[in-house]
Design a protein around this ligand. Structure first.
Ligand SMILES: C[S@@+](CC[C@H](N)C(=O)[O-])C[C@H]1O[C@@H](n2cnc3c(N)ncnc32)[C@H](O)[C@@H]1O
Length: 282
């Protein structure tokens, strides 16, 4: 499947939440230092205001039990494979290619891309409860059936809920850039994170990352290119199993207004899946 054309942001979703209490402390870094994957940042996110409006609370109470779940904590972070991967077939009620979106914010891209690809199931992971509530409201209004939500750290989700070679795609759109040098270790996309993502992708599966921060863009390109199981692809000239056409979020619009260039990177996991499910080397 190849995807072309421009998508547009939908009103009412897409605000990247305003950070509160954004100064991290070094003591928060200890837990993941010795993960099976090497250094995984424990807190790539910031604490935020998370109060819900009455309407959001009503929608949350009604839909979360069916569409949402809380991720386990990082206490078992040293384990390389999940004890009991999530039963996504039961959760979605069907068997379909699965995409994990990390840090969906309030879900503009999640909703638009899921609507564009009703044959693909999308799990949106986010720490920020109000962002998930905004996405739930948008799902409710649009009647979209192929999105599920997980609240928690995406690294816990990847480690403990997602089995090896089970994802057709991973999306990381505008991860927090942590621009100060002393905070770079908080950046989500580190070599160990990319190795974990590569492990969870099916052969032929896609990692799509986007950022408006030049320094982080360079870092993302370096760690992605250094992962031996991934090969960088030009989405304009390569058939991919999922869309890489993103809508423009409010967050991205602000970056454009500030004169920042947006960089998109797409990697494909080496190997291919035949129709019978056998894997072949490239
Ligand atoms: C800069 S915002 C971008 C939001 C959205 N992707 C967009 O393009 O508008 C980054 C988001 O990633 C979330 N985030 C950062 N690290 C995360 C992690 N380890 N697990 C889950 N969410 C995370 C933050 O809470 C925040 O909402």
């Amino acid at each position: 499947m190849r995807h072309h054309g421009q998508m547009h942001a939908r009103p009412g979703v897409g605000v990247c939440p305003v950070p509160m209490n954004s100064e991290p402390t070094d003591s928060e870094h200890s837990n993941r230092e010795h993960s099976a994957w090497g250094y995984l940042p424990p807190t790539s996110f910031r604490a935020r205001r998370s109060a819900l409006s009455n309407a959001q609370r009503e929608t949350w109470d009604r839909l979360w039990p069916r569409l949402g779940m809380q991720a386990p904590s990082h206490t078992q972070a040293a384990e390389p494979t999940p004890r009991e991967p999530l039963d996504t077939k039961t959760w979605f009620g069907r068997e379909a290619p699965l995409v994990l979106e990390i840090g969906c914010g309030s879900g503009t891209s999640t909703l638009a891309m899921a609507q564009d690809e009703p044959n693909i199931d999308v799990i949106a992971v986010e720490i920020y409860r109000r962002g998930l509530a905004q996405l739930l409201c948008a799902i409710d209004s649009a009647g979209v059936e192929n999105i599920r939500l997980i609240r928690g750290n995406a690294l816990d989700v990847l480690q403990h809920l997602i089995g090896p070679e089970s994802l057709t795609g991973v999306r990381v759109f505008f991860p927090d850039p942590w621009p100060k040098a002393r905070h770079h270790k908080r950046r989500l996309l580190q070599p160990a994170t990319v190795a974990l993502i590569a492990d969870r992708l099916l052969p032929g599966g896609v990692l799509h990352a986007a950022t408006d921060h030049p320094g982080y863009a360079e870092h993302i390109a370096t760690v992605g290119d250094a992962e031996p199981r991934l090969v960088r692809v030009d989405p304009g000239s390569e058939a991919l199993p999922i869309s890489v056409v993103r809508p423009t979020t409010k967050y991205e619009s602000k970056a454009h207004e500030a004169g920042s260039a947006v960089a998109d990177y797409v990697w494909k996991k080496r190997g291919q899946v035949t129709q019978s499910g056998d894997q072949n080397a490239p």
